[in-house]
Design a protein around this ligand. Structure first.
Ligand code: ADP
Ligand code: MG
Length: 249
């Protein structure tokens, strides 16, 4: 805590630029996510949403600007970077569970390896989390034996077992069959209600309206609009956001 007593935002990006070769994919991004806030990132395909997520735990290095998590600059490499990544849970479109390990083994792995948590403790907390996401009865199965929705809930439990400070979700339901999308969104909604800080890239407008505090709308590598959720949906300011909502709603 600083002398002024203010707590830092969970995520702070200031003047962030990212290039892929000649392609300028993040253009001077300024974004602060306060602790406990749920921010949904919307925008057309190719606007830079995934890249923005991936820069926060340095899956993609940035070319200029600053990114801080909980007041600390994101380290470039080494143990410090591994610690940062342990604090930033990430859930992708593809679940990336280890096929040859059971669900509970998948959930236990990283806390033991990265955080040095005792195996018994990682299993116990892992089982609590599987229970929380509604698949405790699947713990001894292998990923291929589960539905897509169950696998994605396992991936969420795996991320939570690291006891992250913040969760990033990049289109977590885009690869799922329609009938299982809601079981994953329900888990995310419950996390949001419990006060987890979340940055969520999604096209699920119902979830966005119901569960988020704020919407960040991106286009062409820029944040075009950044507004309270209800304000964004009822009176979007920019032509591009109105156009986007017109197509998607
Ligand atoms: P979104 O998630 O909003 O669809 P992305 O962040 O995936 O957008 O991509 C933003 C832009 O960067 C797109 O033009 C995409 O083709 C490009 N891009 C993404 N990843 C790479 C990469 N690894 N190498 C080159 N270009 C990339
Ligand atoms: Mg994407």
């Amino acid at each position: 805590m600083s002398a002024a007593g203010a707590t830092p935002p969970m995520i702070r990006m200031a003047g962030v630029d990212k290039f892929f070769g000649p392609l300028h994919v993040l253009k001077g991004i300024d974004l602060e996510v306060p602790k406990g806030q749920v921010v949904v990132v919307l925008g057309p395909s190719g606007s830079g949403k995934s890249t923005l997520c991936r820069t926060i735990n340095r899956l993609e290095p940035i070319d200029s600007g600053v990114i801080e998590v909980d007041g600390q600059p994101v380290p470039a490499e080494g143990k410090a970077l591994a610690r940062l990544r342990a604090d930033v849970g990430m859930v992708f479109q593809s679940f990336n569970l280890f096929a040859h390990k059971t669900i509970i083994e998948n959930v236990m792995l990283a806390p033991v390896k990265v955080r040095g948590v005792a195996s018994a403790e990682a299993r116990k907390h892992g089982m609590e989390l599987l229970d929380r996401v509604g698949i405790a009865n699947q713990a001894e199965k292998y990923p291929a034996q589960l539905s897509g929705g169950q696998q994605q809930r396992a991936a969420i439990a795996r991320a939570l077992n690291m006891r992250p400070k913040v969760m990033l979700f990049d289109e977590p339901t885009s690869a799922l069959d329609p009938e299982v999308v809601n079981e994953v969104l329900d888990v995310m909604t419950s996390l949001a209600r419990d006060g987890m800080t979340m940055l969520v890239v999604t096209h699920e407008m119902g979830f966005a309206r119901r569960a988020s505090d704020r919407v960040v709308f991106m286009a062409d590598g820029e944040i075009v609009e950044d507004a309270a959720t209800e304000e964004f949906f009822t009176s979007p300011k920019s032509e591009r956001a109105r156009d986007f909502l017109g197509k998607i709603l």
